[in-house]
Design a protein around this ligand. Sequence first.
Ligand SMILES: Cc1ncc(COP(=O)(O)O)c(C=O)c1O
Length: 370
Amino acid sequence: MDKPVTYDAPAPKAGILDIAPYVGGKSKIDGVAEPIKLSSNENALGCSAMAAAAFSEAQSKLFRYPDGHANPLRAAVAAYHDLEPERLIFGNGSDEVFGLLNQTYLEAGDNIVTGEHGFLAYRISALACQAQVRLAPEPDLRVDIDNLLELVDARTKLVYISNPANPTGTWNTPEEISDLRSRLASDIILVIDEAYAEFVDEPTWESALEMARGHDNIVVTRTFSKIHGLAGLRVGFGYCPKPLIDAMDRIRMPFNINLPAQAAAVAALSDRAHIDASRAQVTLWRPRLIQAIRSFGLEVGNSAGNFVLIRFRDAAEAARANEFLMEQGLIVRHVVNYGLPQCLRVTVGKDAENEAFLEALGRFARVSER
Ligand SMILES: Cc1ncc(COP(=O)(O)O)c(C=O)c1O
């Protein structure tokens, strides 16, 4: 007879089991062969054919270790964004860059400050460092600079914001960002996550890359998961002051960006046509979605990302809408984990996917007498 399973395994360090596991966007619906997946802010057009070709070509080199400093990728990103190559750190997704920052700067009892609906990855690795996570209220679902600063104290090591923000789609102006920077002590790192930068067409938004160049405590992160459609390969980077790179590079795993990912990311940067088409899909459909959703009597905010956030009357109505959409083969994200149980987030999809989504949501609004 097999021995009964026992659970007296070694205990993890304090706090680990209090961390809620990250739940990604759903990708399956029972009984539906090909659901329409609009739940993870992926690129509706997929990745560049040039990136896919570079990935395939890398097959012949899979027995080799990748370049531990991602030098060709570093050069390509530096040239593309006009940045100093030595001020870049690459991560297995920008998620890893947040993890490296937290591991390098947080001791037990320190804290990070972010918005109450801020991206969850910042929090998970901070908690793993036995740091505290402080969440600043976001009136109107926007990051509020005064509220962030109110939570900063002597144990604050990092302040995180995403601009544009996920899942709210809201953004902060350059004036607000410089206000935050100027009121933050210079020994606190301000991390500005610009995962959705390429989708913004708001005149009141500006990248913080230029501002970061002149300051020793600002990090700006970007990702290949969104505009380049390479979420599955996991490549992101941070533009950081050199001393931060020197510190983080000591704990970064030597080969954290795999070889085909490096090759595909370099190729993606050279495919301007795919970048433009990806942006155009979002700038065409985002206002169409917003207008149509409002015409159904539902509330949806303006968004600067490749997604929109729909606000229902309450959590129960959002759950019903989510169920209804699933029954029609559509997967969107019920953003309960972000403190928004009354909201569904929907990624801009391909033309036919967006049309199918609007058709289904319109029906839901009619049956629930909107
Ligand atoms: C605000 C924000 N930052 C970062 C990321 C993650 O990027 P990556 O895939 O590079 O880890 C996401 C992904 O959804 C995001 O929404």
